[in-house]
Design a protein around this ligand. Structure first.
Ligand code: SF4
Length: 525
């Protein structure tokens, strides 16, 4: 009997790997007890020597490793350690980073690089998988390939293979009964077949109200094309329980020449209309992606794309940077297009004919501010107010905040003061209203943290006192039991309140979080 170790090195502790479990199930299905198959899941934040030890202590004959963009940087050192400690072992690499760069990995210690894909009928969800999964993020695939041709993507122009719907539903049900908090669909464009996607949304929405089954409260995350939704699907999605569904929507850019040069076909007007409709019901978390650095995209054209995307009001707006992936059309054309990129993973753009290195730095500053504010649901009321009264564009706001006050792992208590310092000097901003907005945001986004000193000491007002519901509710019945005559504030589990400069009170229920945004419920009276 030979001993096999299948190693996945995930990007974060909370991630899991579908590939290694799928291969393990496949080997067992084909070869039964002929091989002793062991799965190890590590993550890139672990010490490389510790990862190597977890493999070598099992003394395997074969080691299979899945190579992805997030772990490719540490693999050469890991392969070296494995070679030194297990001289006779056969090392096999698979995954997108290995397939399109096979010679590099052969030179770095791999014996074989595997191409191709595992049999879709193999069920990776074994008891062993579930006990390893715990409450980590679970992955599921219901289709393979993508019919679109985006020049920066490895899935471009691959024929789409759909898994049988009944099998998919069984797997969704199995996963939804585990402790996982999020089930992420790895389908490249989940709704490329809108009719099939409708059936699965309907099944998932139905699952949540199915009391007879042991359905948990997990969320379902999909990568979708916004222009493919029809009205029937949007109406169905409007009935999804709040927070149950998350959509990741790649818009990439609004600049037509950049989209055309990237072979990206999107009906932008329809996509915008559909995103606006999806956001109207506030029951689905919407994440929109932009990519900086596409061919023909200048700083000015990207600024316009950013502002147009920002105004949609998605819950997350990701400002990503072009990555020149092995095997992608754009990597092959990079030299011709004048795109300079980092030769190490993740192969990010450094400059191009249209974007200078300084432009990239400006975009990085913008991303830094966006990530530490808007994308973490922080300072939302403050930013809304400041943008409105100052007339500054969203891009300019984040760009200037990011360059004046970059946040490199700063404590929130310190960062809030930087945000205040930056905002107070903008044209039209009233200091008292700004502090009110920051106060409101602070109470809605953190729990149990002291108010920053500069907000606490404003004109000696009563601020952020912790009171029992009846001490602040207008009825003041002293009862801890809710009655029909109680105002809504009486139902608060825990609360903090503050008096604003207008004399109004804001009351925050830290026992109740918005299932879509995660913000605490705020009442003004
Ligand atoms: S970026 Fe998305 S839509 Fe484009 S080819 Fe890749 S998976 Fe398909």
């Amino acid at each position: 009997m030979s001993k096999i170790v299948l190693l996945a090195i995930n990007a974060k502790y909370v991630h899991s790997s579908l590939a290694v479990w799928s291969l393990a199930a496949s080997i067992k299905k084909r070869h039964g007890a002929k091989h002793d198959v062991n799965v190890i899941e590590a993550n890139i934040n672990q010490n490389i020597a510790d990862i190597a030890y977890s493999v070598t202590e099992l003394e395997p004959d074969f080691v299979g490793i899945s190579a992805y963009i997030w772990n490719a940087g540490i693999l050469p050192e890991l392969l070296k350690l494995l070679r030194e400690q297990l001289p006779g072992v056969v090392i096999i690499l698979g995954g997108p980073e290995a397939v399109y760069n096979a010679q590099h990995w052969r030179d770095n210690g791999a014996d074989f690089v595997l191409k191709g894909q595992n049999d879709q009928s193999v069920d990776p969800y074994t008891d062993e998988y579930f006990s390893a999964l715990g409450d980590k993020l679970a992955y599921i695939e219901t289709s393979r390939g993508c019919p679109y041709s985006c020049a920066f993507c490895l899935s471009a122009d691959s024929s789409v293979e759909f898994f049988p719907l009944e099998t998919v539903k069984e797997r969704i049900l199995k996963l939804s009964q585990t402790k996982t908090k999020t089930i992420k669909f790895v389908d490249r464009t989940f709704n490329c077949n809108p009719k099939r996607a409708y059936e699965l949304y309907e099944y998932i929405i139905g699952l949540q109200s199915c009391k007879a089954r042991l359905c948990t409260n997990c969320k379902f995350h999909f990568e979708v094309a916004a222009d493919l939704f029809d009205d029937k699907t949007l109406n169905l999605l409007a009935t999804a329980p709040p927070g149950k569904i998350q959509f990741e929507i790649g818009l990439q850019s609004f600049f037509e020449p950049a989209l055309k040069a990237s072979s990206r076909k999107t009906d932008l007007i329809k996509a915008e209309k559909n995103i606006t409709k999806l956001l109207k019901t506030q029951n689905i978390h919407i994440h929109v992606d932009l990519i900086a650095g596409l061919p023909y995209e200048t700083l000015d054209s990207f600024r316009e794309s950013f502002d147009r995307a920002y105004r949609l009001g998605a819950h997350t707006l990701q400002l990503g940077f072009l990555k020149l992936l092995h095997g992608s059309k754009l990597r092959n054309e990079a030299q011709k297009l004048g795109i300079i990129y980092d030769k190490n993973p993740p192969y990010e753009i450094q400059s191009s004919t249209w974007l200078s290195a300084l432009d990239i730095k400006i975009l990085k500053n913008t991303e830094n501010a966006l990530q530490h504010t808007y994308n973490k649901n922080r300072f939302l009321k403050t930013i809304e107010y400041v943008l409105e009264v100052s007339g500054i564009s969203p891009f300019k706001f984040y760009q200037t905040l990011g360059s004046k006050h970059p946040n490199y792992a700063m404590q929130l208590e310190d960062y809030v003061y930087h945000v205040y310092e930056f905002c107070k000097d903008l044209t039209g901003v009233d200091n008292e209203i700004l502090c009110d907005k920051l106060h409101y945001d602070w109470l809605s986004m953190v729990k149990g943290k002291n108010l920053p000193a500069f907000l606490k000491n404003r004109k000696g007002r009563l601020n952020a006192l912790r009171l029992t519901p009846c001490a602040i509710c207008p009825v003041q019945c002293k009862s801890k039991v809710k009655t029909a005559s109680c105002p809504p504030v009486h139902t608060l589990k825990r609360n903090e309140h503050a008096i604003l400069s207008t004399g109004e009170r804001i009351i925050v229920d830290t026992g109740s979080q918005n299932p879509v945004t995660g913000l605490y419920k705020v009442l003004i009276n």
